[in-house]
Design a binder for this molecule. Sequence first.
Ligand SMILES: C[S@@+](CC[C@H](N)C(=O)[O-])C[C@H]1O[C@@H](n2cnc3c(N)ncnc32)[C@H](O)[C@@H]1O
Length: 190
Amino acid sequence: MPEYHEQVYQPEEDTYLLLKYALKEAGPEDKILEVGTGSGLIAMEMSKISEKTIAIDINPYACISAKKSGVEVIRCDLLSCINTRFDLILFNPPYLPTVSEEKIDDWLEYALDGGEDGRKTIYKFADMLGDIMSKTGRCLLLVSSLTGVDEVSDYFSRLGLLSLIVAEEKIEDEKLYILRIFHDMCSFNE
Ligand SMILES: C[S@@+](CC[C@H](N)C(=O)[O-])C[C@H]1O[C@@H](n2cnc3c(N)ncnc32)[C@H](O)[C@@H]1O
């Protein structure tokens, strides 16, 4: 496996679980966005399926790493730079519950720190997701038992988005889930 910059998240079990289900979900006509691409591994594999794949990350070292893998990447904070809709959105977010005394002031912290309940970045992402997901679009989101999958599903539901658990995998003392999120057609706004 290639070695990435020390400030870039190295692909782990969560990366490979999301990749596995992204490979099942993606089609050649899909406009694909990977949020928080890190090394760029997932976006690189998606680019082989659809030429219309782009990735974003807030970490400049991650952007350099993804670019080196041949991925079209934009450095931005979550979806703030996106003004078009995508058919498939992928996100393995920072999800570890982190209190302020545990915070480390470096770029890798963005890969891990999910705020006090682990859901801070997920909720910010959720607030913007409906506006950038196409009518028949879907999002695959990695969620951990440390983060609380029911709480995350409830949050999407309050935003008029439906979610289903499509995969779960036990790793050491945590369980990883893939949530598949899509529009509730009754509340979709063009
Ligand atoms: C757990 S890592 C996942 C990296 C890669 N996708 C993987 O699965 O190996 C989370 C990634 O999200 C990025 N990230 C965190 N907060 C972000 C934000 N507000 N905007 C964009 N990217 C963010 C981090 O820099 C990091 O690369």
